[in-house]
Design a protein around this ligand. Structure first.
Ligand code: C5P
Length: 215
């Protein structure tokens, strides 16, 4: 199967030297890419800026902004069997990017922000998509309720929910997996490498089931 995985944060520039971003390390996404490669899948890895070496044998696409990530994902969408959007995409970007460095002023200042384009939602809205669509949800509260809402609103097949405080920057994670048929599965705390192997099995099986149902 061909997997596309997004990983890491995105960066939204404010001026030539400043940006908005988040603490995502990319470790979960890169571990999923490695695990998929290990069992013989083809992998397209679309990554925001992280301090990790891309696995060899992936088609590696390095991006910075959400718009660049959106464009890269849509470029490959027709060729995919499984699309895993694991990146912690910036939710907002500055309305305007200043072409020159914004000067420090004695008084305070404020930044006007607009929402970034939602990659997961844009894929969920595609009619007759052939690939399994997986989103991630990093939450600090009401994990299951928020993830269930996301599963429905974004029209994806699976949401992998994790506690943002446990998941961010660490080598371990614990997961709650929600399926669109209402099934749920919990995987207790383990290394991201172990969890990634479990996830790849689950994603490949789910896509197989989807295809069988459609025949
Ligand atoms: O609604 P929220 O942004 O929290 O949803 C998280 C999921 O949506 C993640 O899978 C993330 O990769 C994806 N996402 C996206 N495009 C955005 C924001 C989030 O694909 N602009």
């Amino acid at each position: 199967m061909t997997f596309l995985i997004t990983a890491g944060p995105t960066r939204e520039p404010i001026d030539p030297v400043r940006y908005i971003s988040n603490r995502s390390s990319g470790k979960m996404g890169y571990a999923i890419a490695e695990a998929a490669l290990d069992v013989g899948h083809d992998v397209v890895l679309v990554s925001g800026p992280v301090n990790l070496a891309p696995p060899t044998k992936t088609k590696f696409i390095s991006v910075s902004t959400t718009d660049e990530m959106f464009e890269a994902v849509h470029r490959y969408a027709d060729e995919l069997d499984v699309c895993v959007l694991c990146a912690a995409v910036a939710d907002y970007k500055p309305t305007k990017i200043s072409p020159t460095k914004i000067k420090k002023r004695a008084a305070g200042t404020s930044l006007e922000l607009i929402p970034t384009c939602d990659i997961l939602q844009s894929l969920g809205r595609q009619q007759n998509r052939k690939f399994l669509l997986v989103g991630f949800a990093a939450e600090t509260d009401h994990l299951e309720a928020n993830a269930t809402k996301k599963l429905r609103e974004k029209n994806c097949d699976i949401i992998v929910a994790n506690d943002a405080c446990v998941a961010m920057e660490t080598d371990e994670n614990e997961l709650l997996i929600l399926f669109c048929d209402g099934e749920t599965k919990r995987i207790s705390r383990a290394s991201k490498t172990f969890l990634a192997r479990e996830l790849v099995k689950i994603f490949a099986n789910s896509q197989q089931k989807r295809l069988t149902k459609k025949l």
